[in-house]
Design a protein around this ligand. Structure first.
Ligand code: PNS
Length: 163
């Protein structure tokens, strides 16, 4: 049997512990997780796509089952190119549902063979979003414990460079 590959797409600007939770749990069900750093035109980034990818690589350094790529284009095209078994997305609170439902339906229209699997984020992460973490950080709040240590360090460096 060929390897079962989960494609985990997102902005990851930056990766949070909520993302880590979804990846770790995906590894129980899939042989490989490919984290796809994709462009979301609705969002302005703190980190460049390459910087985001490097942070995910740093978090999973030494784990060959997690790979990271930057991709600019349609998610379904990338999934086909990489022969992904499924797309994985995390769900937090109810407000995620409509956004995810719309994207899933659009992707299904484009690629009916590609399924999207949702995982409920663990309770301790259900309020954690990259956008909120960045906001807390920008205004000097404590964001330790919301992102991996390597990400927290990179965020501090990024904010210090702006001052
Ligand atoms: O982490 P995000 O920002 O919620 O992820 C959204 C993302 C990047 C998965 C979505 O914007 C996406 O798939 N972008 C790639 C372009 C694409 O395929 N758009 C059509 C999807 S309906």
């Amino acid at each position: 049997m060929t390897d079962r590959l989960a494609l985990y797409p997102g902005s990851f600007d930056p990766m949070t512990l909520g993302h880590v939770n979804i990846i770790d749990r995906s590894l129980v069900h899939f042989d490989q997780v490919l984290v796809a750093i994709m462009n979301n035109p609705a969002k302005v980034g703190m980190f460049s796509p390459e910087e985001r990818a490097d942070l995910v690589r740093a978090v999973y350094d030494g784990n060959p089952r997690v790979t990271v790529e930057v991709f600019d284009g349609l998610l379904v095209d990338f999934a086909r190119e990489r022969n992904a078994t499924a797309v994985v997305r995390g769900l937090r609170a109810v407000q995620d549902f409509e956004y995810e439902f719309q994207m899933t339906m659009m992707n299904r229209r484009l690629a009916p063979e590609l399924d999207t699997l949702f995982m409920m984020t663990d309770a301790e992460h259900f309020y954690v979003a990259s956008r909120l973490v960045k906001e807390v950080a920008r205004f000097g709040g404590d964001f330790d414990g919301l992102v991996p240590d390597v990400v927290a360090t990179a965020m501090r460096a990024k904010l210090a460079a702006k001052d």
